[in-house]
Design a protein around this ligand. Structure first.
Ligand SMILES: Cc1cc2nc3c(=O)[nH]c(=O)nc-3n(C[C@H](O)[C@H](O)[C@H](O)COP(=O)(O)OP(=O)(O)OC[C@H]3O[C@@H](n4cnc5c(N)ncnc54)[C@H](O)[C@@H]3O)c2cc1C
Length: 459
């Protein structure tokens, strides 16, 4: 490889790097070089559940505003490109069997409504209830926003007959759904390439600075080294973002959590193919038998499975009407880890997830005795302590980050890349920009806001 120059070097061709390349080239930036040691989208961005939501009640409305903007952009992209990435808007259904959850559903929904998620409609089975409008299977057009809190058991049974009869409330959040991450990413790549972006398969091994400014990026490809001279570098390295920060002498509060997902064929049609994303909102104990309890108690790694496990087991149908696949996830045990590849998968994961989901969808019970062959994959959520992404400048001239996209990088990519591009182009920033800059950690007011905020976004 020969030494070369670029106006902008982007490290990482996951969804973050691809979105950045697309947005920057659309804004007229040229000489963009996208570098990835692997194939585009192959590290984390092809492992996701591909879901999106504008459901981000928080201490301020910054996440919700960013996500609403991202969904606006996703919808516009879908409309302009014949919906090649299959954006739907089936919603998320948060399901509970605990009467105490009802007031917390209401509180969260009211807060989300105040912050711009759309109105709350409560359905109690009374004559003056607002009408409940069921979701469309595939269209995102002319669908309601906000949420429907359904407390009427007949209405729940009518629209979600596969749910446990213990269900007493269901919060159907509406500006939510899923899409094909691969097709969205390839759309970004195709458009970026048409707009002059070059892609190179190489490892970013080092970065040299001159007067605390980006100067040279050192690449390794098939054992040979080369240098790209540039004044502008974007760290979109996903789970390796911290390592890249360290190359330029920056520390950032970024850590990784392992998240896995299982896919099986739902051969008994336990879940309707038109279901939304279904989330069991209650913590639960798994009903192990005596022999299983004994075995689990003898293993340091598995003993936690005997304790109460957190809320958040979730699933959704995958593929079109002809498919029988369902995706199942349950992040029941999370801790910061060093990202290593390939991701290791505990043998017990598929069974634990399945057992957790049986509580919500009893029709899955037959798979506990005889599970269809599971396909398991996963990756890392790259996170900041308060689970907010980073999009903006780093404290080295010419260095930027688009990272820490956690479990929402696909849904946030459009708005996060737009935000990054506004920083780079020095154009007007949206009001929520400071909430996504690394410099927020220097702001005591910002830190105080989060001290009291108990958030439990596991999805
Ligand atoms: C199980 C699971 C479920 C998820 N579900 C959802 C969901 O439903 N909705 C959603 O929006 N998000 C979801 N996510 C999160 C989403 O997948 C991530 O936020 C997103 O993919 C992160 O994208 P990225 O571009 O930052 O990182 P990556 O996709 O990891 O891309 C980073 C790239 O940088 C490259 N790179 C790193 N270091 C170097 C180097 N030194 N030199 C060259 N290249 C380098 C890597 O090879 C990689 O290709 C999920 C994630 C997981 C794991």
């Amino acid at each position: 490889m020969e030494n070369s120059n670029a106006n902008i070097v982007i490290c990482g061709a996951g969804i973050a790097g691809l979105a950045a390349a697309y947005v920057l080239s659309s804004r007229g930036f040229d000489g963009i070089l996208l570098v990835d040691k692997g194939a585009p989208l192959s590290l984390t961005s092809d492992k996701s559940t591909e879901a999106y939501r504008n459901w981000w009640p928080g201490p301020d409305g910054a996440m919700l505003a960013l996500m609403n903007r991202s969904i606006d952009l996703l919808e516009r992209l879908a409309l302009d490109n014949n919906n090649v990435f299959h954006l739907n808007r089936r919603g998320y259904a948060y399901v509970t069997a605990n009467p105490e959850q009802i007031s917390s559903f209401k509180l969260i929904a009211e807060r989300a409504a105040d912050q711009g998620a759309g109105p709350l409609r409560v359905h109690k089975g009374l004559a003056d209830d607002p009408p409940y409008s069921p979701h469309h299977v595939s269209s995102f057009i002319d669908q309601p926003d906000g949420c429907d809190l359904i407390l009427d058991p007949l209405l729940i049974q009518e629209h979600f007959p596969y749910l446990s009869e213990n269900t007493i409330a269901l919060l159907h959040t509406r500006r939510c759904g899923w899409f094909s991450a691969h097709q969205l990413g390839m759309l970004f790549l195709e458009k970026a390439t048409q707009q002059g972006v070059s892609f190179i398969n190489a490892d970013v091994e080092g970065i040299t600075l001159a007067n605390n400014a980006v100067d040279n990026i050192h690449l390794r490809k098939n054992g040979s080294l080369s240098t790209v001279s540039t004044k502008l570098f974007i760290n979109a390295a996903g789970p390796h973002a911290l390592k890249i920060c360290e190359m330029i002498g920056i520390s950032a509060p970024i850590f990784c959590e392992k998240h896995l997902k299982v896919s099986i064929k739902d051969i008994e049609n336990a879940v309707a193919r038109d279901a939304p994303l279904l989330i069991w909102n209650d913590p639960q104990f798994i009903a192990w038998d005596e022999g299983e309890r004994q075995m689990l108690s003898e293993s340091d790694a598995d003993r936690i499975l005997l304790a109460e496990l957190p809320s958040g087991a979730h699933l959704r149908p995958e593929g079109g009407a002809e498919s029988q696949n369902i995706l199942m996830l349950w992040p029941y045990h999370l801790e910061p880890v060093q990202p290593t590849f390939p991701v290791t998968i505990p043998l017990s994961y598929p069974e634990v997830v399945l057992r957790g989901l049986v509580t919500m969808v009893p029709g899955l019970q037959s798979y506990v005795e005889r599970m269809p062959k599971p396909f398991i994959d996963g990756g890392y959520y790259t996170k900041t302590p308060e689970n907010r992404l980073l999009a903006g400048p780093l404290p080295v001239k010419g260095a930027y980050i688009l990272g820490a996209l956690s479990g929402y990088g696909l849904m946030a990519a459009c708005a996060a890349a737009e935000l990054l591009a506004a920083h780079i182009a020095q154009t007007e920033l949206p009001w929520y920009a400071p909430a996504f800059m690394l410099s927020r950690y220097d702001d005591p007011n910002y830190l105080r806001t989060f001290e009291e905020w108990e958030h439990s976004d596991r999805l």
